[in-house]
Design a protein around this ligand. Structure first.
Ligand code: GLU
Length: 397
């Protein structure tokens, strides 16, 4: 029964990361004490100076009106400045299009670049929305598996083997959601050079640029490989860095003709992003970074805690992530054995049992193209993290 729904939408599923968090919130509303390791969302409040800037913007009548589709000029300039400051990429403000979060920026880019029949390479495990957005744009997803043994990173050799005459683009992310892998600058150079030589577009998602730990360092592909810049689009946003998930401000940075195409597209679909949220983002990008660093240090501490707790569970292999705020343990060994007296043979079933029996919400690996895994966000409070890990340990013991 399709009820008149278009094929394009029939063929996609709901975002499992958002669905898990919505289910956790629903259960909480019913009085169930659920602890959510679901959607990656900082538990911190947005820093006060950012919230104050939004309050001031609310009082300005110009902010109550339409503004340019591509974003407030001051914000586009601040994004260009911030990009030069943080990643070293020199861009002009007219290459920046402000969108409704990083997810919208990515969707715009794919719609602007991909034609039906184009193949898009996506290293797996991948973030749940990449393949669905590619399909919505009419593209064909070419998932390239990576493993814990190679640090969940893809090699130019793998990319070369996957390339066909129809390959249009590669979607790249480092630090990675869901694995927390961080590519070295050298790996990024090798991949970028391969793409530049092959004439393949790279859409690089830099949303976790500030969340790297230990000896890992963030590197931006178009900076490492300047010759790629004519075929490289960067997606980014304020959500993860500044604890601003609900404000919905992201952006794409593209060669001028692609930026103009994204602007045309957005002008018919959403127009500009809420002015108040844009002014909040402006305050974030031009303000102090000390709270960002404090949040990063907290995630770093939690990262060790979750890694230690999960590694101590029999049948769970949990690599220590180097970036973002996720762990992505392999639970295959734990499948096939009962959990809380219930039969469990997939990660999907394991997550369902953990929610029922331990009131903890995890995201099953299936949606990330990695059955046999589960994802936990550790961007939740220390108290919830401790209680949630205790519950998981008790049920899986
Ligand atoms: N990007 C975050 C995650 O992967 C937020 C939810 C979503 O948009 O997928 O959990």
């Amino acid at each position: 029964m399709t009820s008149g729904i278009s094929r394009r939408v029939r063929e996609i599923g709901e975002s499992p990361t958002l669905a898990i968090s919505a289910e956790a919130a629903r259960l909480r509303g019913e009085g169930v004490d659920v602890i959510s390791f679901g959607a990656g969302e900082p538990d911190f409040a947005t820093p006060a100076h950012i919230v104050e800037a939004a309050g001031e913007a609310c009082a300005e009548s110009a902010m109550h009106k339409y503004s340019p589709t591509a974003g407030l000029p001051a914000l586009r300039e601040a994004i260009a400045d911030k990009t030069r400051r943080d990643s070293g990429l020199a861009v002009a403000p007219d290459q920046v299009i402000v969108s409704n979060g990083g997810k919208h920026a990515l969707s715009n880019i794919l719609l602007a670049l991909i034609d039906p029949g184009d193949e898009v390479i996506v290293p797996a495990p991948y973030w749940v929305s990449y393949p669905e957005q590619i399909r919505l744009a009419g593209g064909t997803v070419v998932a390239l598996p990576t493993t814990a043994a190679n640090g969940y990173t893809v090699t130019p050799e793998q990319l070369a083997a996957a390339r066909t005459a129809a390959t249009k683009a590669l979607v790249f992310v480092s630090p990675s959601n869901p694995t927390g892998a961080v590519y070295t600058p050298e790996q990024i150079r090798d991949i970028g050079r391969w793409a530049a030589e092959a004439g393949i577009w790279v859409i690089t998602d830099e949303i976790y640029e500030h969340l790297v730990y230990g000896g890992a360092a963030f590197a931006s592909m178009p900076v490492e490989v300047p010759e790629l810049q004519p075929r490289c689009v960067v997606a980014n946003g304020v959500a993860k860095t500044f604890a601003m998930t609900g404000w919905r401000v992201g952006w794409s940075i593209a060669p001028a003709p692609v930026a103009a195409a994204v602007n045309r597209l957005q002008s018919h679909v959403t127009s500009h992003v809420c002015n108040i949220a844009q002014r909040a983002a402006l305050a974030a990008l031009t303000g102090p970074m000390d709270q960002v660093d404090a949040m990063r240090q907290t995630y770093d501490r939690r990262r060790h805690r979750v890694h230690e707790a999960l590694s101590a569970i029999d049948g769970v292999e949990c690599p220590l992530p180097e970036g973002a705020f996720y762990v992505f343990p392999h639970v295959e060994q734990r499948l096939g054995r009962p959990v809380a007296g219930r039969k469990v043979s997939t990660a999907l079933e394991l997550c369902a049992v953990l929610l029922d029996e331990a009131q903890v919400a995890l995201v099953p690996g299936e949606g990330f193209g990695a059955p046999g895994h589960v994802r936990l966000s550790y961007a939740l409070s220390d108290e919830h993290l401790a209680r949630g890990l205790t519950r998981i340990t008790e049920v899986l013991q």
